[in-house]
Design a protein around this ligand. Structure first.
Ligand SMILES: [Zn+2]
Ligand SMILES: [Zn+2]
Length: 306
């Protein structure tokens, strides 16, 4: 293994689920060193219109952002990254669409009864969260709160949902920002995600593929609208706005299996990073079928993950 100076890791952990193989987005394997003293792990358990869940853990506190797979699938994917479902202490809900909330009820009841489900009042109402989880808490945009060892900052995104948000999740030293299901990069997102070390940014569609694709016109227009989804080009623009010298890695989220490919999404982001003088920042594309994990580690160790 080459002697890589950056101690970050993207790795695809196969979930070995059988899905139709056509139009499957495959994530490129990025391998860098990690440490025995890994202090922050971030993984897209899966991302796309068939289900979204992202896990952030420091080994003490484990947070899920959305829970849009079945409880069984969420559990299996968490275990793929070595996380026990019972250790999940919070689920941060971005918005009420089914691909983000469908697993909450059963996952909380069966696997994480102690977990608190956080959402804005609008999302809480629209998703009827109190009927799904024993512990619910309301959050407000741009008002930070604490979950174990993390500080969490919800910020407005622009989507056709009641009161959608993205989240910045920070420890004293590290920060992860997640902005998906948003038609534009909002003012609040720019503010909240400024200086984030790790960015998860939506790259939902390639404009030409969407235009030529099978979706009906109303749906194409909804996706392209300012309350729809970010295209690869718009995701790259958002990244250029948010990028800085301390940026450690970028994860492309919510890639459409019909209107995009991992190659197009990944090259839109890497191309833009090159243009703005940050060619060394690794980019991975989260997929629907595989866990895409990133481990931040301070010191390299001898063996590659896992
Ligand atoms: Zn979605
Ligand atoms: Zn949505």
């Amino acid at each position: 293994m080459p002697n890589l100076p950056v101690s970050n890791l993207f790795v695809n952990l196969s979930t070995q689920k059988t899905y139709p193989r056509q139009n499957v987005v495959r994530t490129t394997l990025y391998t860098c060193h990690m440490s025995q003293n890994a202090i922050l792990r971030i993984a897209a358990l899966g991302s796309g219109s068939a289900g979204n869940a992202l896990c952030v853990t420091d080994g003490v506190t484990t947070i899920l952002v959305d829970c849009g797979f079945s409880a069984k699938e969420t559990t299996r994917r968490l275990r793929c990254m070595g996380v026990e479902p019972a250790s999940v202490s919070a689920i941060l809900v971005t918005h009420e669409h089914i691909d983000h909330v469908s697993g909450i009820e059963v996952f909380c009841r069966r696997h994480a009864p102690e977990a608190t489900v956080y959402a804005t009042p609008g999302t809480r109402r629209a998703a009827d969260l109190p009927s799904k989880a024993a512990r619910c808490a309301e959050v407000s945009r741009m008002t930070p709160f604490t979950v174990g060892s993390f500080e969490v900052l919800p910020f407005a995104i622009s989507h056709d949902a009641a009161e959608p948000v993205g989240y910045r999740i920070s420890t004293e030293e590290h920060s992860v920002g997640i902005a998906t299901d948003t038609g534009v990069l909002t003012e609040q997102a720019s503010q909240a995600l400024s200086g984030c070390e790790y960015l998860g940014i939506e790259c939902n569609y390639d404009a030409a593929m969407l235009a030529a694709g099978p979706y009906p016109a109303y749906l194409k227009n909804r996706i392209r609208s300012c309350i729809g989804h970010l295209s690869n080009a718009a995701g790259a623009d958002a990244l250029a706005t948010l990028a800085h010298d301390g940026l450690k890695a970028v994860l492309a989220l919510h890639c459409s299996r019909t209107n995009n490919t991992a190659g197009l999404a990944g090259s839109a982001l890497t191309g833009r990073l090159r243009e703005i003088g940050l060619p060394e920042v690794p980019v991975a594309v989260a997929s629907q079928i595989d866990v895409c994990a990133l481990t931040h580690a301070d010191r390299p160790r001898e063996h590659p993950y896992p």
